[in-house]
Design a protein around this ligand. Structure first.
Ligand code: ASP
Length: 435
């Protein structure tokens, strides 16, 4: 008898649910106490090893995947004017969604009046890492050594170099054709690698989430309940209402289909807390599940992972109001406008990796005169908040990709509407690898 196929999404969601359950169980039962064997061998042992290996495997794919798919994308678009259009449209939409996100966050947090009943604690220590100044950001778009930029995983210079290679290949014309074909094959090979790694994702997602929840527990959440609740509400509002309205308004595409198809990528973002590490999955989702052409997606997805962080901007808005209330600093309209501007600018210069939101926040605080050590107060819950906001970040990337692809006539609507399109049969992949 044939058993019904369980899709990857279901398996990944199961992994996540099981991870939360096991993590909570370990945490609440006190099995995770310092020095216990569960902590040493299970949480910081097996879970840690599996999780880190998986995230490294994803990161391993990012640079070669972006490099080949972007060159292929540029050659696919075929003319530099269209490329410029895609660049300008996606940049404008990324900035717009980020600005809306932070405005929503500040409004909700101000209405909820969070932080007013909290005593300012004295042991909140946080030393901020420097965020790069904006001038550096522009200068660093051009790599003095592309190999080094690739080795460091710096996305903007890698994007710049890849686009230039693509444009030059177009200009060389006929003679470069075999090279272009080679790049297309390389791109397909990289996508196969994504499939292989995704086949083990449910187990890795379980390990990553079980470890995070076992270490975090629930205690911290209740201490900062106001902050957490308002932040999560603002994130959800942005994801389910603002972004979906923008998607519908600008492209006419169905938000329900979008939300169903983006789920997998969201779980990856949630478990890794890194938009960058999720690039392979986001790219696969928008091209194979939603039908966006690689010529658009290969540019907008890595670009978005670097410059577009709606969820992170929301965290900054909520955190600013929270800390300003605790320290009783009156920010005023100018202060809040500065926060909006700074957050949008800060998101351009910082890569989508875990915890980077805090670095951006310290930049914002310094600008509006809030005490940077105030960040210490929210540090405890930041990992969990990071996971949630990263899922919102990559959803924004996928929304903008779909809108730009639709406006360029580069989306296959049959694929977008087909619920089965691009689903992965993990068993088939595993057998194909093993046979
Ligand atoms: N982890 C986030 C991302 O990769 C950035 C942050 O908010 O810290 O998108």
């Amino acid at each position: 008898m044939k058993t019904p196929k369980v899709t990857l999404t279901v398996k990944v969601l199961l992994g996540m649910a099981l991870g939360i359950a096991v993590g909570l169980g370990i945490n609440l039962s006190g099995l995770n106490d310092a020095g216990s064997w569960i902590q040493t061998y299970v949480v910081n042992g097996a879970f840690h090893i599996i999780g880190v290996m998986f995230v490294k495997a994803l990161k391993m794919l990012v640079v070669p995947l972006v490099f080949f798919s972007l060159i292929g994308g540029v050659c696919g678009i075929g003319n530099i004017r269209a490329l410029g259009r895609v660049g300008i449209k996606s940049f404008a939409l990324y900035m717009l969604t980020t600005a809306i996100a932070i405005a929503i966050a500040i409004s909700i947090a101000t209405l909820a009046n969070i932080g007013t009943n909290i005593e300012q604690s004295t042991n909140s220590s946080f030393s901020a890492k420097e965020a790069p100044p904006l001038s550096e950001v522009f200068i660093n778009i051009i790599p003095s050594n592309p190999i080094q930029a690739m080795a460091n995983g710096d996305m903007l210079p890698v994007i710049f170099f890849s686009i230039l290679v693509g444009i030059s290949m177009l200009m060389v014309g006929k003679k470069a054709r075999s090279f272009i074909e080679g790049v297309e094959v390389a791109n397909e090979i990289m996508m196969q690698m994504v499939n292989i790694i995704m086949a083990v994702a449910p187990y890795a997602v379980f390990a990553l989430i079980a470890k995070a929840v076992a270490n975090l527990g629930l205690d911290l959440l209740s201490e900062l309940a106001g902050y957490v609740l308002v932040l999560v509400a603002a994130l959800m509002l942005h994801l389910f209402v603002t972004l979906m309205l923008i998607l519908k308004l600008f492209s006419g595409l169905s938000p329900l289909i979008f939300l169903r198809k983006i789920r997998n990528a969201q779980v990856f973002a949630f478990s890794t807390a890194s938009s960058n590490a999720t690039i392979p999955v986001t790219l696969r989702t928008v091209t194979q599940r939603m039908g966006a052409n690689n010529s658009v997606a290969s540019f907008t997805v890595p670009f978005g992972a670097t410059i577009n962080m709606d969820g992170t901007a929301i965290m900054q808005g909520v955190a600013t109001v929270f800390i300003a209330n605790i320290y009783q600093v009156e920010l005023g309209m100018t202060g809040y406008l500065t926060v909006i501007l700074m957050s949008v600018l800060a998101s351009i210069g910082t890569a989508g990796v875990p915890g980077v939101g805090l670095i951006m926040l310290s930049m914002v605080f310094a600008q509006v005169g809030l005490p940077v050590e105030g960040i210490g107060l929210i540090l405890g819950v930041d990992r969990l908040m990071d996971m949630i906001r990263t899922a919102v970040n990559i959803s924004g990337d996928a929304v903008v990709t779909s809108i730009v692809a639709k406006s360029e006539g580069e989306i296959d609507l049959d694929i977008y509407r087909d619920p089965k399109a691009g689903t992965l049969d993990t068993e088939k992949v595993i057998h194909a690898v093993l046979d």
